[in-house]
Write a protein that binds this ligand. Structure first.
Ligand SMILES: *[C@@H]1O[C@H](CO)[C@@H](O)[C@H](O)[C@H]1NC(C)=O
Ligand SMILES: *[C@@H]1O[C@H](CO)[C@@H](O)[C@H](O)[C@H]1NC(C)=O
Ligand SMILES: *[C@@H]1O[C@H](CO)[C@@H](O)[C@H](O)[C@H]1NC(C)=O
Ligand SMILES: *[C@@H]1O[C@H](CO)[C@@H](O)[C@H](O)[C@H]1NC(C)=O
Length: 432
C-alpha cells in the first residue's frame, strides 16, 4: 500500500460519509443473506440422539454400541484409494437449500468430498424425512455443464446433446449417487447464506440410510464444503463433540464452527500427512501410543500410503478408534500390564479386552507428528457394552487406522486446510 498522509481527524463531510456508511453497514448486516467474514456455528446432531430422525427408541444402548462398532469397522475396510463408507454417518447437519429454502438433513462427513442431495425427478431415491428437493421450484438453482471447472473434479459423463455434467460418485460398499452437478444457495444456522455452492443433484441414489437427504462432504478435495467456502471462512473449521453416553441422557448437541471463531490451537497441532496422491482424508502421522509407562513406538510412516501403521485418518463418522494389528497388539499388552485385575471375557467375542466395571483402567495417549498429543481418559478409551463390563474402545483394523469420535470428544478439533494442520484443544463441549 502506498504511503499516504492522513488527516488526524475527520472533517465534517468525512464524518457524515462515515456515519452514512456505518448506517449502511448496520442495515446490511441485519439482512440474513450477508456473508459474514466471521463464519458460522451449527449443531451436529448425533444420529442416535432424540433430535435425530434416525433415532430408534426400540434399540438398547448395547445395540447402539454394537451397531456403531460394526459401522466403524466397515469404514476402516474401505481401501486407501476409495472413499470411506459413509452409511449411517454419525453426525447430521440441518440446513436449507434453494430459494425459497427447502430443509435438508445432511450427513456430516470429513471422509468424502462431494456435497449432494436427492433431487427430483427421482430415478431411484431412498425415503427421506423432508420432501425431495425439486430444482424446478428454486429460482437460484443452476445445472452445470461439462465445460465448467467444477465438473473436472468429479467422475462424470457429458450429457448429449445437452452437455450437462452428469456425475457418478461411488463410496465404499455399494453406495453411490448419480445425477447432475449443479449450484445452489445454501443457508446454514443463524441465516448464514452462501450462493453458488456446487453440489450433486442426485437422481439415482442408493445405499444410504433412510431419512437423511444427502451428504455434506468436508474432505480435503476441491469440491468439499470447506474448500468451496474457502476464503469466506479462511479455510478453517473446528468441531467440539460432546460425550455421547448411550446410557445416560440428556444429549447435548455437538457443534461445528467455520471461520474465525473456529478454535485452533497452535501448540497442540498435528501436521497433516500427505502420502502420495492423497487429497481426500485428513491423515496424521501416528508416532507412538503411551499407556502409563509403556510406550508403543509406531515409527515413521514408511510405505507412503493410507494403510500404513504410521498413518491415522481423523474420522468423526466412526465412533471407535481403529489400529492395525502390530500397533493394537502392543496397546492391548500395555493395558493388560497396567491393570491389576484380570480381564473378563466378552460373551459376544467382539471386544478384545474387557474388565469389570470397577476396574481402574489407564489413559491411552496418542502422539502425532506436529507434535500433538491426544489423551484418552476412561470416557474416551473405554465403552460399557454390558452393565457389568467396560471394554477398550479401540478396535482392530486390517486396513486404515481411524481416530474416531469417542477419541475426539471434549476437544476442539481444529482443521486448517491451508496450513495443513489439525489441532486438539481440550474443552468441555457441553458448555458452549
Ligand atoms: C441407477 O444407477 C445404477 C448404477 O449405475 C444402475 O444400475 C441403475 O440402472 C440406475 N437406475 C435407474 C433407475 O436408472
Ligand atoms: C418408504 O416410505 C413408504 C411410505 O411411507 C413405505 O411404503 C416404503 O416401504 C418405504 N421404503 C423403504 C425402503 O423403507
Ligand atoms: C440440537 O439440534 C437440533 C437441530 O439443529 C435443534 O433442533 C435442537 O434445538 C438442538 N438442541 C439444543 C439443546 O440446542
Ligand atoms: C510396507 O509395504 C511392504 C510391501 O507391501 C510390506 O511388506 C510392509 O509390511 C509394509 N510396511 C509397513 C510398516 O506397513
Amino acid at each position: 500500500m502506498a504511503n499516504q498522509t492522513r488527516p488526524t481527524m475527520a472533517s465534517p463531510p468525512q464524518t457524515l460519509i462515515l456515519l452514512l456508511s456505518l448506517t449502511l453497514l448496520l442495515s446490511i448486516s441485519s439482512l440474513p443473506n450477508l456473508i459474514h467474514a466471521l463464519g458460522f456455528t451449527t449443531h451436529l446432531i448425533h444420529r442416535d440422539s432424540p433430535h435425530s430422525p434416525l433415532h430408534n427408541p426400540s434399540e438398547t444402548p448395547s445395540d447402539r454400541l454394537f451397531r456403531a462398532a460394526r459401522h466403524s469397522i466397515s469404514r476402516s475396510l474401505a481401501t486407501a484409494t476409495s472413499t470411506i463408507v459413509p452409511i449411517g454417518g454419525t453426525y447430521l447437519i440441518k440446513l436449507t437449500m434453494g430459494t425459497p429454502p427447502v430443509s435438508s438433513l445432511t450427513i456430516f462427513d470429513t471422509g468424502s468430498e462431494l456435497i449432494w442431495t436427492q433431487c427430483q425427478p427421482c430415478l431411484s431415491c431412498f425415503n427421506q424425512t423432508f420432501p425431495i428437493f425439486n430444482p424446478k421450484s428454486s429460482s437460484t438453482y443452476q445445472g452445470l455443464s461439462c465445460s465448467e471447472k467444477h465438473c473436472s473434479n468429479v467422475p462424470h459423463d457429458c450429457g448429449s446433446p445437452s452437455n450437462t455434467c452428469d456425475y457418478g460418485y461411488g463410496y465404499g460398499g455399494d453406495s453411490f449417487t448419480k445425477g447432475q452437478l449443479s449450484t445452489e444457495t445454501f443457508t446454514f444456522d443463524g441465516g448464514y447464506q452462501v450462493p453458488s455452492i456446487a453440489f450433486g443433484c442426485g437422481h439415482n441414489n442408493s445405499g444410504f440410510p433412510d431419512k437423511a437427504t444427502g451428504l455434506l462432504g468436508l474432505s480435503r478435495g476441491p469440491l468439499s464444503l470447506i474448500n468451496q467456502l474457502g476464503p469466506l471462512v479462511n479455510y478453517r473449521f473446528s468441531h467440539c463433540l460432546t460425550p455421547f453416553n448411550f446410557h445416560d441422557p440428556p444429549f447435548v448437541n455437538s457443534t461445528v464452527t467455520f471461520g474465525d471463531n473456529a478454535v485452533l490451537s497452535g501448540s497442540n497441532a498435528a501436521k497433516l500427512a500427505l502420502p502420495s496422491g492423497e487429497k481426500t482424508f485428513y491423515l496424521l502421522s501416528l508416532e507412538s501410543v503411551t499407556v502409563e509407562n509403556k510406550i508403543v513406538s509406531v515409527g515413521k510412516a514408511v510405505n507412503d500410503t493410507a494403510t500404513d501403521d504410521g498413518v491415522m485418518v481423523v474420522d468423526a463418522g466412526s465412533m471407535f478408534t481403529l489400529l492395525r494389528p502390530r500397533v493394537i497388539d502392543q496397546v492391548l499388552a500395555a493395558v493388560k500390564s497396567a491393570v491389576s485385575e484380570n480381564p473378563v471375557k466378552d460373551p459376544n467375542n467382539f471386544y478384545e479386552l474387557c474388565y469389570g466395571v470397577n476396574a481402574k483402567v489407564p489413559d491411552v495417549v496418542l502422539r502425532f507428528d506436529g507434535p500433538a498429543e491426544v489423551r484418552l481418559g476412561r470416557e474416551s478409551a473405554y465403552v460399557k457394552p454390558y452393565d457389568d463390563k467396560i471394554c477398550l474402545a479401540i478396535l482392530r483394523s486390517q486396513d486404515i487406522q481411524l481416530l474416531g469420535s469417542l477419541a475426539q470428544q471434549n476437544f476442539h478439533v481444529g482443521f486448517d486446510v491451508r496450513a495443513n494442520t489439525i489441532s486438539f484443544t481440550p474443552a468441555d463441549c457441553t458448555k458452549q
